[in-house]
Design a protein around this ligand. Sequence first.
Ligand code: ADP
Ligand code: MG
Length: 820
Amino acid sequence: MSITINYHFLSIWCVLGAVLDLVGGITRAKMGTRKKVQAFVRVRPTDDFAHEMIKYGEDNKSIDIHLKKDTRRGVVNNQQTDWSFKLDGVLHNASQDLVYETVAKDAVSQALDGYNGTIMCYGQTGAGKTYTMTGATENYKHRGILPRALQQVFRMIEERPTHAITVRVSYLEIYNENLFDLLSTLPYVGPSVTPMTIVENPQGIFIKGLSVHLTSQEEDAFSLLFEGETNRIIASHTMNKNSSRSHCIFTIYMEAHSRTLSDEKYITSKINLVDLAGSERLSKTGSEGRVLKEATYINKSLSFLEQAIIALGDQNRDHVPFRQSKLTHALKDSLGGNCNMVLLTNIYGEAAQLDETLSSLRFASRMKLVTTEPAINEKYDAERMVKNLEKELALLKQELAIHDSLSNRTLVNYDPMDEIQIAEINSQVRRYLEGTLDEIDIINLRQIQEVFNQFRVVLSQQEQEVESALRRKYTLIDKNDFAAISAVQKVELMDIEGNLVGEPDGQSFGLGVAPFSVKPGKKPKTKKTPKDQVSSSARKEGASSPVSGKDFDVASISKTQLIPSSKDGDLKDMLARERETSSIEPLISDSPKEELRAPRPSTPPSRTVAFEEFKNERGSEINRIFKENKSILNERKKRASETTQRINAIKQEIDETKDALNFQKSLREKQGEYENKGLMIIDEEEFLLILKLKDLKKQYRNEYQELRDLRAEIQYCQRLVDQCRHRLLMEFDIWYNESFMIPEDIQVALKLGSSIRPGMVPISRIVCLGEDDQDRFSHLQQTVLPEGPDSITFYNAKVKTDQKHNYMKTMVGLQQSHRK
Ligand code: ADP
Ligand code: MG
């Protein structure tokens, strides 16, 4: 990235492209306002000026041409004889000095401010293009635009000590569509290996193979210019090249970096000084052979230049044919676009040249239509930018250190974290999630970001762990995989709707759902045995009560259903599993208060065994209803399937009868139809078919109606079955708690004046209740629960809070009662 300006002549091939590629970071052009191309005319001094034919406007900004009528064309002569050309200035008998002031000075001056510029001389051979551009090399006074431009550049550089401005030059000749480097003869320029090519890149156009020369002072620049001029002349002798038949482009490249500001911004610009080949037309030359070839090339390239200029002048055209010739291609980023453009048309003042003069002026007026939008070429020095950012970073670090020391935070490190530090944060996050760490201290932004990052890491690890734990225990089936579900149904692990047999509908039945007996208005009126109570309420639900959708909501666990891996997954097995994995109520045997329980006749039986007992004992009635409902459901399902089969059979018969009828109809149509008083006469066979079809349709309707009724019944029965299953499991839980888990003395306390059965209260909570809490609890029962099942969450929260506060007290109380 280091392009220093200290070394002398830069002499590498392709150097311009390389320079642009290396230095060119981000390019931005500050857009200016639109501006017309400036067009001037310089008339070659002559003693034989055609005063009658060429007239200048008073402001010296127009030329009128008057042509005498060609008498040979006869009486009727529509030949145009007068033209008027508007220009930016006519230079007649103007000194080289004035020409430079008028034509080039501004453009060169603006080039130093970052604007590209192009100055072109156009006109027929001998009209003074080279004289204008280069001037008389032997006479300082008559020097042309090129040396004057170089002088101006160096003078302006001297006037700007605040900027380090580098100047480079190149000199290109285009002859017969070939590119020549007019400065290739310099000793430090290596011989060209490959022919030069025009290359386009985002930075612009550059000529690969053209030598570009760094010049640190005016004199060096002049040497380069003379070198080029000499080569131009030598080439015309040795290679038999006619210099008036080639285009020459002298380019001055500038790059300005601020010396005072450590600004990464810098400006680049170039100024193209173009001496075009003679514009005279082919017919005039009367040439042949080599000259003809040259003329053809010139004509082509100038006409392409003209086409490009016409396209540039046409606001509606977005394509400009730059690549048609080497000239337009090489000047692609210097014609129109964002540069200052000046055209100087050199003309003869003699009457004999009027044709060509007219043609040259036409070109000039077309050029005047082109608008450009000069803009500063601002670039960013990537190297300087990095250096500046590094400086700023260092400064900010110092600033931060000061802040830290002022606020006594001396050990803060702002560098990127290493593996050990990240591992430490990971451990902090884990401890925080487990609850062993209360808070994670905030140190700096990097650390905060890493904490969040580690949260994500831990979370995804936990997800994986849970999933693999589930996979160890269950087989995961896609909910939409009907084949898999039906396979499972076949082994009777799931019911028809894909729910697991015995699955408690995805709802917790610990304390999550209030039993019906405590729902308002569901309270049994007469005191019954617990057994009766269960069966009556269950029967009540099963028989008549309209059930709300909420109670039956079969909440699916997830997209994938969990199916036990074992094959004997019946209701009790399910139950055992459900208990095992339930997070709402911890496994009773794991309870830390187990040893505090009042002794029972024996240790609590396993839930699976107890469930069998329950079904024969308190749960027998509800179990019977459950089985009954299930068998009704199965019977209805069977009937529905039979009805469906019948419907399908009828449908098939209908289709067949229809076909037969259609056949009969077509037969009748073929044989001729009989009509009697507007009535169609049909044969008996067709008549019978019509009757049959009518009958079948009636049957179809009836069967369909039956199927619809059956479906409604099935739906209803299904709900009943679900409800019963739910109740069965819930009642079992209550029974199990009452029979084996809750100390009898507490049961007595809980039962007093209450509609809540002790077994409904989670064991973990009951064993925590002290004497005072029992009062509070019964108070809660009376005040909170009558509000309905929705109050349960409130109740849960209240109990939890009380539980926390009174934990110690409760322990002591229970130990005392245990000792008694
Ligand atoms: P072109 O490059 O257009 O073919 P030149 O610049 O070579 O024409 O000019 C042809 C001749 O006319 C040269 O000898 C040149 O010195 C002379 N000439 C052209 N314009 C002027 C001028 N304005 N003042 C004096 N001599 C001129
Ligand atoms: Mg010339």
